[in-house]
Write a protein that binds this ligand. Sequence first.
Ligand code: ADP
Ligand code: MG
Length: 731
Amino acid sequence: MVVAAGRPIAPPPFAGGDPSGREGLLSAPVRWPRADAFERPLSALRGVGPTYEGLAAEAGVKTINDLLWRLPGTYADAPDRRLLGDLQPREQASVRVEVASSRRVRVRRRGLSVVEAIVVDDSGRRKAVWFNRHWVLDQLVPGRSLILEGRLEKKGFVVSDHQLIDDDTVTTAACGPPRPPGLEDEAPRARHSAGGEIGPARWRRWVWQACQAAGDLGDPLPSRLLAGRRLPAASDAIREAHFPSSQESSAIARRRLAYEELFLHQVVLAGLRSNGSLRRERATAIDGIPAISAGWLEQLPFRLTDDQRAGIEQIGADIGRPHPMRRLLMGEVGSGKTVIAIWAMLRAVESGRQAALMAPTEVLADQHVSTVSRLLRGSSVKVGVLTGSSSPAERERVLASLASGEPSIVIGTHALLEKPVEFGGLSLCVIDEEHRFGVRQRDRLDRKAPRGERAHVLHLSATPIPRTLSLTSYGDLEVTAIRQLPSGRRSVETRLVDEADRAEAFQEVRAEVARGRQAFVVCPLVEESEKIQARAAGAEAERLRNGEFADLEVGLIHGRMSAERKQVAMSAFESGKTDVLVATTVIEVGIDVPNATVMVIEGAERFGLSQLHQLRGRVGRGEFGGCCLLMSSSGSPTAQRRLSALVSEPDGFRLAEIDLEMRGEGEVTGTRQSGLPRFRLARLPRDSELLESAREDLDRLLGEEGGLDAPVFGPMNQVARHRFDRTGAIR
Ligand code: ADP
Ligand code: MG
């Protein structure tokens, strides 16, 4: 029995033999061997010859399996019959009528045939029209009753599907005529449509036949899994989805099929993670005594959040194995990722190994150096720095130390990737803001591990990726999300300011500065050109220096400045010498100045939701709280909705989800843009919860069965191979 939300629902009508005896009356249902059932061509069905096979192929349906998985789009409630006199123009409707007269209409256009009939019911009469179905003329005998489905157009009621009714319809239906449930049935009816030239009635007959044999396809999912989620077996679900016995049961059927798709996709991804080449590669198991790391955690001036603890546990388990870890640690700016990364690096050092932390920019590398030095103050752990602006002497010293294999931490930029940088015992790489590095670059660092080994890699990202996306998109990475912010951290108050009110916004900045605080002014995203943006930022700084902020210290930072000048600008801001820092999006990541409390973002509607959230994360990092003023002119309604979401939602993960929903909304292509895979039936992010369940169930099954090699995964892998390619992409 199928149960949803605690309410029992009638079992699918055909489960375990048909009580109505329909099955018995069917003349020899199609049977085929299970092994090649997936690839069985459509012509295996009765009534499908080469012509129809060709037409169906044009509609993308080549095999029985394709046919079964082409689920009807909507369901019409059968009892919802209309009267001819009540029909509204272009309304999709079903009517029960009698034929008064009929004729074939002569048309000029080749390849077009038209049959017309005058049909009547109690409310009156109308013209009904059939296109390209000349054979219906024979059925349209005056006085016959039929049910028509279609739409009222200018030229008449255009019929998309019809069914003849005999006077004894009710009785014949009850004793089970060997034909699919049709228009006269009381159950909701699927609107089958092949598109193209195959009529829905014919399509439905094929599907019906195929469904008779669907049991032979077997069920890729083990029954205990289905029982746990109260989902029906595959063949029942397929049948219910095509020929529903009630709205509820068809919804459950679809849910089951969507779950199957998501589950099998997770199976493929799990294969990529564990059976992938990395499993065969070796890494040093970092399992030394926690001589430094445990005490270090103890002495931190704060309590770790639960998410931080969980992250530490997972990473500890990963790096303790002799195979390379590939984990993505993502969490909002300030959620405490660096603390976890430092802990992991300490584990490497206390196990006699080396760890490297690579940041995408010098500004960020410098920030890490200061954070790490601050948090490791008083410990004896060696920390080296290697960036493009390291002095030659410093560089020599660090290179020699790394080559010697002396246990230590090194922090740097791309400079770490250069040839002369050799490690004697690299076993852990932490890569900050991984999306800023090319894949090739990020792969190069872990190859500097001792010969025959790869290093463990921990990626840090402050860009929250919705779980929906991370669950379906990172074949090769395990993901740990830190959703909690350390307690006491307040969210940034965010407001929309019309460009016309900019004077007020700047007044607010002045007020903050008067209180001893500092501010950012972020220049609009002009184009994807750093040069143009740099120029715009320069002009804005100049304008403010001579205008609104003439009496304040205005600094400038942008991507086109030399590392040295950026450093000077940053230090001036950090030390409080500059009151207002005019910036481009270079400040998006990493900048940590607790005294900065207000940010004005100009042309806010031009930025993406995640980017705006990243930007505002630069203020309110200290005890004074923070405020972000989004300046925008008009912008499209979508842009306005984006900005409103930012005003009301402080959680970056939720915002990322909202962003995804907005981009995925309605549009089919939107889903592509969002990076979410498209399935035949499952829709993300709508079915996120189902995806979550599938992943949870798979993890449990893997735990119980010991791995993907267990026999229970055999049928799943077989079916999955038909649906997804080796990378997990949908075929
Ligand atoms: P992220 O790298 O995620 O941006 P950091 O690890 O740099 O975050 O932490 C941001 C700031 O918060 C640092 O100053 C850090 O010392 C502090 N911090 C980290 N974890 C906690 C915590 N659990 N409670 C309070 N403060 C914390
Ligand atoms: Mg950080």
